[in-house]
Design a protein around this ligand. Structure first.
Ligand SMILES: [Zn+2]
Length: 266
């Protein structure tokens, strides 16, 4: 049985809490680039929809010009036909030219109606594009601002991370190396929460009951044990339940073939 100082238990708990915070900060740091990506994507989508609308508008303008040319051609033919009327020889010929003039008028009227509809669509499109462009400009300004905030957040989290790592290093130097080695050993076995409290004889790592004898010993607040089920380091938190945590000593380590399932009878 190796004896440990109370401080060692406190430091191990502190190291574990620092590690938990490091994990939280690292997760934040991993998420921040995704935040920026999402902001950029939002702007990109707005700009893409503007480009699509502009291309649609160009097609409408092209169609408008095409119909306009067709109307001009028909108008010329109408003028020529009207000139022709004065020089036709027969009534049949006269009627044919008149019919052609009538058909041209109908055609031009239909084309002009179509042009009016297109013109309306063009005007609507122009208004929409202007609105969307303004919207994207506002969005761009907002995103630039958001990016600055996010970048500042990143910097702050990076600093936090460096501070936490420094704290962990310092704490690691203060703890008994053999105990720290065991802590790391348990961590490799069960994950980040290697040291946990015992409440009402229940290990807070695996939530199984520990033997009564062990619980009684832990309540004396002078020892640190290993949970017989999950192998975590367990202690009774005298700090919160009995006033002050007493100096403890380390129990012998877990057996060579630990039960890693976290299951089993208490
Ligand atoms: Zn346990």
């Amino acid at each position: 049985m190796e004896s440990i100082k109370k401080e060692n238990l406190d430091i191990l708990v502190l190291i574990q809490s620092i590690e938990k915070n490091i994990q939280i900060v690292e997760t934040k740091l991993r998420d921040i680039p995704h935040k920026i990506e999402a902001l950029d994507k939002n702007l990109e989508n707005t700009r893409e929809s503007i480009t699509e609308m502009e291309s649609g508008l160009k097609n409408l303008q092209k169609k408008y010009r095409f119909i306009d040319e067709e109307v001009a051609i028909s108008r010329n033919r109408e003028i020529k036909n009207k000139e022709k009327l004065g020089s036709v020889k027969t009534n049949k010929e006269y009627q044919a030219v008149l019919k052609e003039i009538e058909d041209l008028k109908k055609k031009m009227s239909a084309l002009e109606d179509e042009m009016l509809v297109i013109l309306e669509q063009i005007e609507e499109g122009e208004v929409l594009i202007a609105e969307k462009t303004e919207e994207s400009e506002v969005l761009f300004q907002k995103i630039e601002q958001d990016k600055k905030v996010v970048a500042a957040e990143f910097k702050e989290e990076e600093k936090k991370l460096a501070d936490l790592k420094e704290k962990k290093e310092k704490a690691g130097k203060m703890v008994d190396p053999k105990l720290f080695e065991k802590y790391t050993w348990v961590q490799n076995l069960v994950g980040p929460m290697a040291i946990v409290t015992v409440k009402k004889a229940v290990c807070q790592g695996c939530h199984l009951n520990i033997p009564h004898q062990m619980y009684n010993e832990l309540q004396r607040c002078d020892s640190l044990r290993f949970c017989p089920h999950c192998q975590r380091m367990i202690y009774f938190d005298c700090g919160s339940e009995q006033g002050k945590r007493s100096p403890g000593f380390l129990d012998d380590g877990p057996e060579e073939s630990p039960n890693t399932t976290g299951q089993g009878a208490p």
